[in-house]
Design a protein around this ligand. Structure first.
Ligand code: FAD
Length: 473
C-alpha cells in the first residue's frame, strides 16, 4: 500500500471519529483521521468537557454556600472568572494531548485539514493554507458531527445572541442572560450561570424542562431552579428578538418584552455534512443527516456514518459506540448495534436516565408499573447532606422486564451506570430489586425503587397487606 492509501479513513476526530480510529488501529488496520479543527471535536472543545469544568467550579461555590450546615466555617465564596476559564482550558489542552498520544501508540495517521469526497474511496484534504493532498481508502467513516442551530432573523452578533460554542469561552459574564431552550444544554448553562451571579431566564416552548426525558425529572429540576431564583418560562415561545443598544429585546408569547444583555440559543444542533461533497459519491442526506442501519452503513457501499452526523443519538458515548460498530463491520466482524444509551444531565442535582420513559411506554401501549423512592430517605443522603431527589424504576407490568431507570439527585450520573448495566445484560426488574447494593450509597434508591415497583420497598411506608401479599410470589 502506498503512503496515502488506507484501509480506513475517518473524517472528524470527535468522540466518534477518534475512537473509531483507535479501534481500527487496535484491529491492525492502516488508518487515517482527518480533522480540520481541534482533536476531540465538539465534546472536548465545545461541549461535554468544557461545560463540566465550568459546572465544577460553580458547584464548588454552591457547596461552600452551605458549609455552615455541615458545621464548617468559611467565608462567602467569590470567584475569578479568568482563573476558572484558565483551569478549563488546561483540562482541554491535556485531553487533546492525550488523544494525540493515543494516535501515536496505535499508529493512526492524522491529517490536519478539511476533508471532501472526490469520488468513491477518494478524499481530498485541504489544510488551512489551501494546500491539498489526496488520499484513498477502502472504507470511509464519516464522523463530522454537528454544529449549533442558529435562529434566522435574530441578531447575528455573537456578543448579543450566541450559542454554546461561544458561551463556553466567554471572557466576561453578562448580567442578564436569556437561555432559549430548556433541554440538557440549556439547563446545564442555567445551573452554572446562576451560581456565577448571572440573572437567568430560561424560555422553553414545551410544557416542561428536559422535554425528552421522563417528565418527573424536568418538573423536579424546574422546582429547584425556581427556588434558587431563576426565571423559568415553560409553554412560552420567543416570538421576536431585536438588538437594542448594548443588549437585546425579546418578545415572548403573549407580547411581553424582556430586556436582557445576552441570549444563549440552545434549541438544538444540525448535522455538519454540507461541505463533504457527498454528491460525488451519490450519497443523499435527510435534512443533512446521513441515515444509517444498525451497523452504521450508509446507503453507499463502504461508507459509514457515526455520531451526531447520523442523527440517531446526539451524545458523545453514542458516537464512540457507533464508531466501534462501524470499524468492526468494516473489518469483517460486524454485528448490529442495539444497546441502551444512558443520558446524563450535569446540573446540581444531577440527572441520570436510561431506557424507556413512561411517555414512550404509553405511546407504544406497553403496560407498566412505576416504582419510586425518595433519595432523602437514605442514610447516605442524610449523612452527606444531599437529600433532594428520587429514583424511578419502570417495569413491564406483566412480564416484569426492566424498561427504564430515571434518577435525579446527588451523583445520579454515576448511579445510572448500574441501571445501564442491568438493561444491557437484559436483567429483569426483579433482578434489580434483588441485587445487593453497597450501603450507605445514594444508589440504594434504585434498588428501593425497583422493590417499590413490586410494592415491596422496605424503607418506604408499608402498602396495604393485600397489595403486599399479591406482590409476593
Ligand atoms: P463532533 O464531536 O462534533 O466532532 C466532529 C469533528 O469533525 C469536529 O472536530 C469537526 O471539526 C470535524 N470535521 C467536521 N467536518 C470535517 C471535515 N470536512 N474535514 C475534517 N474534519 C471535519 N454529550 C454527552 O454525551 N455528554 C455531555 O455531557 C455532553 N455535553 C454537551 C454540552 C454541550 C454544550 C454540547 C454542545 C454538546 C454536548 N454533548 C454531550 C454532545 C456531544 O458533544 C456530541 O454528541 C459529540 O461531540 C458528537 O461526537 P461526534 O464525534 O459525532 O462529532
Amino acid at each position: 500500500m502506498s503512503d496515502n492509501q488506507y484501509d480506513i479513513a475517518v473524517i472528524g476526530a470527535g468522540p466518534g471519529g477518534y475512537v473509531a480510529a483507535l479501534k481500527a488501529g487496535q484491529m491492525g488496520a492502516k488508518v487515517a483521521v482527518i480533522e480540520k479543527h481541534h482533536l476531540g471535536g465538539t465534546c472536548l472543545n465545545y461541549g461535554c468537557i468544557p461545560s463540566k469544568a465550568l459546572l465544577a467550579s460553580a458547584e464548588l461555590m454552591h457547596k461552600i454556600n452551605s458549609a455552615s450546615s455541615y458545621g464548617v466555617t468559611v467565608g462567602a465564596p467569590s470567584f475569578d472568572w479568568t482563573a476558572i476559564q484558565k483551569r478549563k482550558d488546561k483540562v482541554l489542552t491535556k485531553l487533546r494531548g492525550g488523544i494525540k498520544g493515543l494516535f501515536g501508540a496505535r499508529k493512526v495517521t492524522l491529517y490536519t485539514g478539511s476533508a471532501q469526497f472526490d469520488g468513491p474511496g477518494k478524499l481530498t484534504v485541504t489544510d488551512a493554507k489551501g494546500k491539498t493532498e489526496a488520499i484513498t481508502a477502502k472504507k470511509v467513516i464519516i464522523a463530522s458531527g454537528s454544529v449549533p442551530a442558529r435562529i434566522p432573523g435574530w441578531p447575528t452578533d455573537p456578543n448579543l445572541v450566541c450559542t454554546s460554542d461561544e458561551a463556553l469561552h466567554w471572557d466576561a459574564l453578562p448580567q442578564r442572560l436569556m437561555i432559549v431552550g430548556g433541554g440538557v444544554i440549556g439547563c446545564e448553562f442555567a445551573c452554572m450561570m446562576h451560581e456565577y451571579g448571572v440573572q437567568v431566564t430560561v424560555v422553553e416552548m414545551m410544557p416542561e424542562l428536559l422535554p425528552e426525558m421522563e417528565p418527573a425529572l424536568g418538573q423536579a429540576l424546574r422546582q429547584v431552579f425556581i427556588k434558587r431564583g431563576m426565571q423559568i418560562l415553560t409553554n412560552v415561545k420567543v416570538e421576536d428578538m431585536t438588538a437594542a443598544g448594548a443588549g437585546v429585546k425579546a418578545t415572548i408569547s403573549g407580547g411581553t418584552v424582556l430586556e436582557i444583555d445576552k441570549v444563549l440559543v440552545a434549541t438544538g444542533r444540525r448535522p455538519n455534512t454540507a461541505d463533504l461533497n457527498l454528491g460525488s459519491i451519490g450519497l443523499d442526506t435527510d435534512r443533512g443527516f446521513i441515515r444509517v442501519n444498525n451497523r452504521m452503513q450508509s446507503t453507499v457501499n463502504d461508507v459509514y456514518c457515526i455520531g451526531d452526523a447520523n442523527g440517531q443519538c446526539l451524545l458523545a458515548h453514542a458516537a464512540s459506540a457507533h464508531g466501534i460498530t462501524a470499524v468492526e463491520d468494516a473489518l469483517g466482524h460486524g454485528k448490529d448495534f442495539d444497546l441502551p444509551i444512558p443520558g446524563a444531565v450535569y446540573t446540581f442535582p444531577e440527572i441520570g436516565s436510561v431506557g424507556m420513559t413512561s411517555v414512550q411506554a404509553a405511546k407504544q401501549g406497553i403496560p407498566i408499573k412505576i416504582g419510586n423512592f425518595p433519595i432523602g430517605f437514605l442514610g447516605k443522603a442524610m449523612a452527606v447532606g444531599e437529600e433532594f431527589g428520587f429514583a424511578q424504576v419502570i417495569r413491564h407490568r406483566e412480564d416484569e422486564s426492566l424498561l427504564g431507570i430515571h434518577v435525579i439527585g446527588h451523583n445520579a450520573t454515576e448511579i445510572i451506570e448500574a441501571g445501564t448495566a442491568m438493561l444491557t445484560t437484559k436483567a429483569s426488574s426483579r433482578d434489580l430489586a434483588e441485587m445487593v447494593f453497597a450501603h450507605p450509597t445514594i444508589g440504594e434508591a434504585v434498588k428501593e425503587a425497583a422493590e417499590d415497583a413490586f410494592d415491596q420497598a422496605l424503607h418506604s411506608p408499608p402498602k396495604s397487606v393485600a397489595t403486599l401479599m399479591a406482590a409476593v410470589k
